[in-house]
Design a protein around this ligand. Structure first.
Ligand SMILES: [Zn+2]
Length: 360
């Protein structure tokens, strides 16, 4: 995870060049045409082309902008000019990434897209805080959400999270499994995280996401951005695009792009796709229903007498696989790399982590 924080000046320069020379290619209207993936928003019969009121420029910090823009074929076709001046997430009705070009999920919760460089155009990048959410499509699914996140959009100190349980996102067929941390397969996943947006029960900002997508895929990136804003007071362009294949009600995954504004991407700069999967669970993305892959689960159980590589937390007495998200957050003094058997560790009072071992 650290490597993202070290997005260096070279990458920033490359991005700047990319924006200058290839800015037109990345503009939403063209992306729409060139993308192979047909998803999310279908044109609705009543297109009251409500332009995203000069999204960034006029927003003040008190009234964070939340626009619902209806897609309008004519206006998106005719306006090189206004698409450059005004960011309209509805124009991103097809994803800038093509799922067939990405590797299938293996053991990592995300994969880098476009060399880890986000697709923001120069015109989109602003240091004025705002948030904008796509209208739901005809199937009730969320579209892209974009924000310029800053302290202005984040929860006030001491502000509590509100309830989001009133929202039922598409694909919400809840199920419980022992191999899922907390047992429930699905979380209501914020597109723009609560800690960045202070958005609670916003139906345009919540999708059905697996525990794995939420905890292992999205949260580490959200934490990175939130920490950066808290430390620097800078702004971060942040866009989350749920990717639905065909008429599936459950997203296959989400694309997250982020770019720190004031330092030209030096602090934060990434473009990733996080898989909406759950190890050992077979998911039907058309509906969101699921089943337990018992054979795969049994086959994955480590032999307790076989020597393996683990990372120990000497404080909590937990055993982690080296790739566990908790390992990156562990303080050096509690951390110990270990090669040996699980039975030996258990004899020393250690137990397996509920996340990376997940019921094993
Ligand atoms: Zn772990």
């Amino acid at each position: 995870m650290k490597k993202f924080l070290r997005c260096n000046a070279i990458i920033a320069c490359l991005l700047a060049l990319l924006l200058v020379f290839a800015g037109c290619d990345a503009n939403p209207a063209e992306t729409e045409e060139s993308s192979a993936l047909t998803t999310t928003v279908e044109t609705s019969a009543s297109t009251t082309a409500q332009t995203a009121e000069t999204s960034a420029a006029t927003t003040d910090t008190e009234s964070v902008l939340t626009t619902d823009t209806e897609r309008n074929e004519e206006s998106s076709a005719d306006t090189e000019k206004s698409s450059a001046a005004v960011y309209n997430p509805e124009n991103l009705s097809t994803s800038p990434i093509d799922l067939s070009s990405l590797p299938a999920h293996t053991d990592k919760p995300y994969v880098e897209v476009n060399g880890n460089l986000p697709f923001f155009t120069e015109a989109e990048i602003t240091d004025v805080a705002y948030e904008s959410y796509s209208a739901l499509d005809q199937l009730g699914r969320c579209g892209a959400a974009i924000a310029c996140c800053g302290k202005e959009t984040m929860p006030a100190p001491g502000e509590d999270r509100g309830s989001i349980s009133s929202i039922t996102p598409t694909g919400w067929v809840q199920a419980k499994y022992i191999c899922v941390s907390g047992q429930s397969l699905y979380n209501r996943c914020h597109l723009i995280a609560w800690q960045l947006s202070a958005e609670n029960a916003n139906v345009k900002n919540l999708i059905s996401g697996t525990r794995y997508l939420n905890a292992d895929g999205m949260i580490p990136f959200e934490n990175m951005v939130a920490d950066y804003i808290k430390e620097t007071g800078n702004h971060v362009m942040y866009r989350v695009t749920p990717i639905f294949e065909g008429s599936n009600l459950l997203a296959s995954g989400v694309q997250i792009e982020a770019y720190s504004v004031e330092d030209g991407g030096e602090g934060i700069c990434f473009n990733v796709y996080c898989y909406n999967v759950q190890p050992f669970i077979i998911i039907d993305y058309a509906t969101g229903s699921s089943s337990f892959d018992e054979d795969a689960f049994e086959a994955s159980k480590p032999d307790p007498d076989e020597v393996g590589n683990y990372v120990l937390n000497k404080n909590t007495k937990k055993i982690h696989y080296p790739y566990c998200n908790s390992v990156t957050q562990m303080s050096e003094k509690n951390r110990e790399e270990y090669t040996g058997t699980l039975n030996d560790l258990k004899a020393q009072g250690y137990s397996t982590c509920g996340n990376c071992f997940a019921g094993q």
